[in-house]
Ligand binder design. Structure first.
Ligand code: SF4
Length: 291
């Protein structure tokens, strides 16, 4: 596909570039009809994703913390759309935390990508919800006094049925995780370590390169729930694994469960003639699988 250059004003070296590229490649490789894809974003550096993506897909740049509310409305109005949401950790896990929790408990078939850099980059690097206590980045006058939110643990507790973490500078691995999240039937979250070289001089590329390791390299790691009886043990393993954050930090898929009905399926079983009521609500196929 011929692509024209798109204006982009992210800082040189920003992890957002890796997320942008991985997302573009994932959408293309899945062969999803571009007209059926909607990118939704909130406010922050990540909010520019719908503007900067170099694909003829739909996009909405919404309000601070409200991207998931818009995305929910879009998905309800037309369930046949593939809705992908990009938020920062400040946007999505600070002011947007209420919506973050409720997306999980409803299990709406939406993919959420969190650009996790620990700072509010667009407003000069204040501490954001995933910055650990005691860390003093170069834009903070004193070390952060608040504990960090663990997005994966919150997502697990909230009911998300696909939970993953990735790293923006490992674009190929991130792309594969995004593809799996888009194909997943239900609420999917990927927490992406996204270095901000301008304001976060602690969680840098060098810092992550030393620590991240891939869960998929471990042949004993199997996050997929295939029957009800496995749910409890896989949930507990994923929760424990999500707490591993120090000299070694796991990335990859932590939990995947398609046995839980999606919000659309719950509506369908509660509203007679739901599909007729919603003429646009026809499932789309990816790799021969209805999603
Ligand atoms: Fe990226 Fe940080 Fe620059 Fe924002 S401020 S564009 S997150 S490097």
């Amino acid at each position: 596909m011929e692509r024209k250059p798109v204006f982009n004003d992210w800082c040189p070296g920003c992890g957002n570039f890796g997320i942008l590229r991985a997302e573009e490649m994932a959408i293309q490789e899945l062969g999803v009809d571009f007209k059926k894809v909607v990118l939704v974003s909130g406010i922050g550096c990540s909010g520019k994703m719908p503007h900067f993506v170099n694909l003829p897909v739909g996009g909405v740049h919404t309000l601070h913390g409200r991207a998931l509310a818009f995305a929910t409305g879009i998905k309800l109005a037309n369930p046949s759309l593939e809705v992908i949401v990009n938020v920062g950790d400040g946007d999505g896990l600070g002011i947007g935390m209420g919506h973050f929790v409720h997306l999980g408990r409803r299990n709406i078939d939406i993919t959420l990508i969190v650009h996790d850099n620990g700072v509010y980059g667009l407003t000069k690097g204040q501490a954001a919800p995933t910055l650990e206590r005691g860390i003093k980045t170069k834009s903070l006058p004193k070390p952060n006094i608040n504990d960090a939110v663990n997005p994966l643990a919150v997502a697990l507790s909230a009911g998300y049925t696909f939970i993953a973490r990735a790293y923006a500078y490992d674009v190929i691995h991130l792309k594969e995780v995004i593809k799996r999240a888009i194909k997943h039937k239900g609420s999917a979250i990927i927490d992406v370590f996204q270095p901000c070289p301008t304001y976060n001089d602690i969680n840098t590329k060098e810092w992550y390169d030393k620590r991240v390791y891939k869960l998929d390299k471990d042949p004993t790691w199997d996050p997929v729930v295939r029957k009800e009886e496995e749910k409890q043990s896989k949930f507990e393993k994923a929760l424990l694994k999500s707490m591993e954050f120090g000299e070694k930090i796991p990335i990859g898929v932590f939990y995947e469960n398609e046995l839980v009905p999606t919000f659309e399926e719950r509506l369908e079983s509660n509203i007679p003639n739901y599909r007729e009521f919603h003429p646009a609500a026809q499932p789309i196929e990816i790799d021969g699988i209805a999603t």
